[in-house]
Design a binder for this molecule. Structure first.
Ligand code: AMP
Ligand code: ZN
Length: 466
């Protein structure tokens, strides 16, 4: 079966293929960098990482753009209040976001672009919309006239035919079900920073950013556009109106939206004040790998109710897989190949791939891997898993890790390298041989302090990172 995704635009699961050759042109709405992102935001960005990785696994290349919204109402208010320029205020949070992505092993999109680097592009885009008759001006602000774009509402499947022509919304936060003409360009309030590039002094509205940067870097029609479900209306609806009004081409072929992360059944959001940042989680002793695993383990179109129990379970799941890998790497298995087990590995790979092809069903993909691990662990205990089966079992793990990427512990700053660990283990072995048990214990303790656990097995000393 082909790779397929649920498309918000058509409300159907559709076979996927890019418009041009092997390259998928994809756009992702990035964060508004007025504060640290929370793990709800990071759920959506983790979904995008799994999507990227799965597209590449299936042989596609990516041309992926993500924006950073570094100008909007809140940023202007907060930076003015802090006595900083917009750039000074936002750069801390932009960097923190990129650091969080690195900690979660999220691949970098090919282009990360800032709204403030594209203000003249936006002004030009607005001018062209004006030339085509889609805009009007009021008190120095420029609005998009929804009445001029009859397809409005197609993405959110809402009927906006009864909208009051000329009713306007000025802020970047919207009522969910109220369609009004939205600001493309906003006149500055007294004391606010502004740009002046041919459409009067002011600053861009939020929606115009994404329409401009998506079409600038990816062309008039792009393959995939992603974001969280809260962006369907009005943000993405407005992006479509702007882009299609200008180009006359369908803007996006596949719209993919991630469901929310919830805390106690409520959407995690800054406005509700029920958020955790990644920093808060790591300060509590949770590892980013466990968070990555938890965020990716629930299929992206299902709500994910965050609990600390689920996070502990995620950490345990990683531990089980790392132990399994360690067993494959270090145990001595009897010679030969058990053909049935090699076949079982091929089946596991097929089930894993089928699940991810099916609109990224990560839960089922993980299920296939864990079933295989359970069965082969049992076969190892029974002496039925043979040395010749190691390669196919490792192949299952390699494929798993191309997408989920949690198997190999990452060295943290100041952590010991593999070589340094091995030489300490060698020293400990020598100390034990010399019956210097105090020194041997001391080395074990030192390693433990650095998060390295030693296990004395019949095949020698094994080690792993905590
Ligand atoms: P924002 O910075 O508010 O524009 O959000 C950045 C991204 O995070 C957007 O794609 C949002 O849809 C998404 N998002 C916000 N809250 C959540 C949540 N609780 N769960 C999942 N995604 C979210
Ligand atoms: Zn956007």
């Amino acid at each position: 079966m082909a790779l397929r995704f649920y498309n918000t635009l058509t409300e159907r699961v559709e076979d996927f293929s890019p418009l041009q050759g092997p390259t998928v042109r994809m756009y992702t709405c990035g964060p508004t960098v007025y504060n640290y992102v929370h793990i709800g935001n990071l759920r959506t960005f983790t979904f995008q990482d799994i999507l990227r990785r799965w597209l590449r696994y299936r042989g596609y290349q990516l041309d992926h753009v993500m924006n950073l919204t570094d100008v909007d109402d809140r940023i202007i208010q907060l930076s003015v209040a802090a006595g900083k320029t917009i750039a000074e205020y936002t750069e801390v949070y932009a960097q923190a976001f990129l650091d969080d992505c690195t900690a979660l092993r999220l691949e970098r999109p090919e282009h990360i672009v800032k709204a403030t680097d594209h203000i003249t592009d936006m002004a030009q885009f607005i001018r062209r919309l004006t030339e085509k008759g889609f805009t009007y001006e009021r008190d120095g602000s420029i609005y998009f006239s929804i009445a001029k774009f009859p397809a409005y509402g197609r993405l959110s499947h809402s009927d906006f035919s009864g909208i009051k022509a000329g009713a306007r919304v000025d802020v970047d936060r919207y009522d969910k079900d109220d369609a009004r003409d939205f600001a493309l360009w906003k006149a500055p309030k007294p004391g606010e920073p502004f740009w002046d590039c041919g459409v009067g002094p002011g600053r861009p509205g939020w929606h115009i950013e994404c329409a401009v940067m998506a079409t600038k870097y990816l062309g008039g029609t792009i393959d995939i556009h992603t974001g969280g479900v809260d962006l369907v209306f009005p943000h993405h609806e407005n992006e479509i109106a702007e882009a299609e009004a200008l180009t006359g081409q369908p803007f996006v072929r596949y719209w993919l939206h991630a469901e929310h992360l919830l805390l106690a059944d409520e959407k995690m959001s800054k406005s509700l004040g029920n958020t955790f940042t990644l920093r808060e989680m790591t300060a509590r002793g949770y590892h980013p790998d466990a968070i990555r695993y938890l965020l990716s383990s629930v299929p992206y179109r299902k709500k994910l109710n965050f609990t600390f129990d689920a996070l502990d379970a995620a950490a345990n799941a990683i531990e089980r897989l790392r132990n399994y890998k360690l067993r494959l790497d270090t145990a001595k298995f009897p010679a030969g190949v058990n053909a049935a087990l090699d076949q079982r590995a091929a089946q596991a790979v097929a089930a894993f791939e089928t699940a991810l092809d099916d609109d990224l069903n990560t839960a089922e993909a993980l299920g296939a891997v864990f079933e295989f691990v359970r069965e082969t662990n049992t076969a190892m205990d029974a002496g039925e898993f043979l040395a010749g089966n190691v390669a196919s079992a490792k192949d299952v793990l390699v494929r798993f890790d191309k997408v989920f990427d949690v198997l190999e512990p990452r060295l943290e700053a100041g952590a010991l390298s593999d070589d340094a660990i091995q030489s300490l283990i060698d020293e400990r072995n020598a100390a034990r041989k010399a019956r210097n048990f105090a020194r041997a214990d001391q080395i074990r303790g030192e390693l433990l302090e650095k998060g390295i656990i030693l296990e004395d097995t019949k095949d020698g000393v094994r080690w792993k990172r905590k």
